[in-house]
Design a protein around this ligand. Sequence first.
Ligand code: ADP
Ligand code: MG
Length: 399
Amino acid sequence: MRKLTVEDVEVAGKRVFVRVDFNVPMDADRNITDDRRIAAAVPTIEYLIQRGARVILASHLGRPKGKFHPGSTMDPVADRLSALLGRPVRKLPDCVGPEVEAAVAAMSPGDVVLLENVRFHKEEEANDGEFARSLALLADMFVNDAFGAAHRAHASTEGIAHYIPGVAGFLMRKEIETMGRALADPARPFVAILGGAKVSDKIGVIDNLLTRVDALLIGGGMAFTFLKAQGHEVGKSLVDEERLGYAGEAMSRAREKGVRFELPTDIVAAERFEADSPRRVVAVDAIPADWMGLDIGPDTARRFAEIVRGAGTVVWNGPMGVFEMEAFAAGTRGLAEAMASSGGVTIVGGGDSAAACEKFGLADMMTHVSTGGGASLEFLEGRILPGVAALGDKEPGVW
Ligand code: ADP
Ligand code: MG
């Protein structure tokens, strides 16, 4: 990687401000329901502790909209992190100000504190310079390990790096290296599979991947816009009428570039968008007019799985169907299983796709499941992430 990482700098005794993505889901009683994002930052935190750094962690949590909100405090996160590290993690009452500065000044090497939710201050999302400077005052150095927040130029992800030197943490490095290599120098054939609900969410990803992949497979709700653009009747399936033109144009671009472009040939159609709706498998040209397609059919799933098995690199974003309902989960599960058993490089981006892998118990069998939802999409679009761009360079270049 071209960006400096924690391994390139001296951290012993230093006060290190580590931006992490601890924006974890919680139930109504504020129990953490999925702690993967906390666990994913542990290697960087352990590394810093072992080298005698003073570790100052910062994250956002939820959407408190710039003011204190008791339902968005970092306390449950501090408790979970303590358990994962096997050592106390003190949660400070705020992320800036004299009390926080005093607490940080009293830290010993190897100590870990967690600042209060940075989004309790509206200046965070505004990337206010003064606020970024107040955060920077706490530390000698900035480590960004929050890949999931790197697509946002906020004070704790970008602004702070204008005041103290910034380097990448291990999670950030893994995300960028794995996905960066897939985009820049993939083992071939390079296959991308896109799905999910909306074409409009994925146009940037389609455009970028079309210039790089050998095959593009489209499933999920998105597929119906492409099928309709080809002239199929798709009944009440999800269609983005405004993107029919785009869909046709993307397919001709694929043809010109010699990119294999695959759409579903059979569909699990349902009468209603409901878990127990009447449903049946139909060919794409036989979707009943008042029914909707909620999953790819078994023939399509088999064909996609076969293409995945022959791939050197697979990048997947977007479920193949409404996997949240068991009746429409088979297409997504089949694809995840084919990827899990593939010998190639397998990368999953997107929040719902990652959740699907986790639900099927297959996440550990992928080369990489991105911890960044929106950030992984922007990365796959080929965009520069401001939280990464702000870090110091080892060599010139983008990543
Ligand atoms: P990701 O978060 O991985 O980028 P998206 O947010 O784009 O994925 O899409 C996920 C959503 O797409 C899921 O909630 C899923 O139910 C929905 N979806 C998939 N296929 C269909 C379909 N055929 N009709 C309606 N919704 C669908
Ligand atoms: Mg999503």
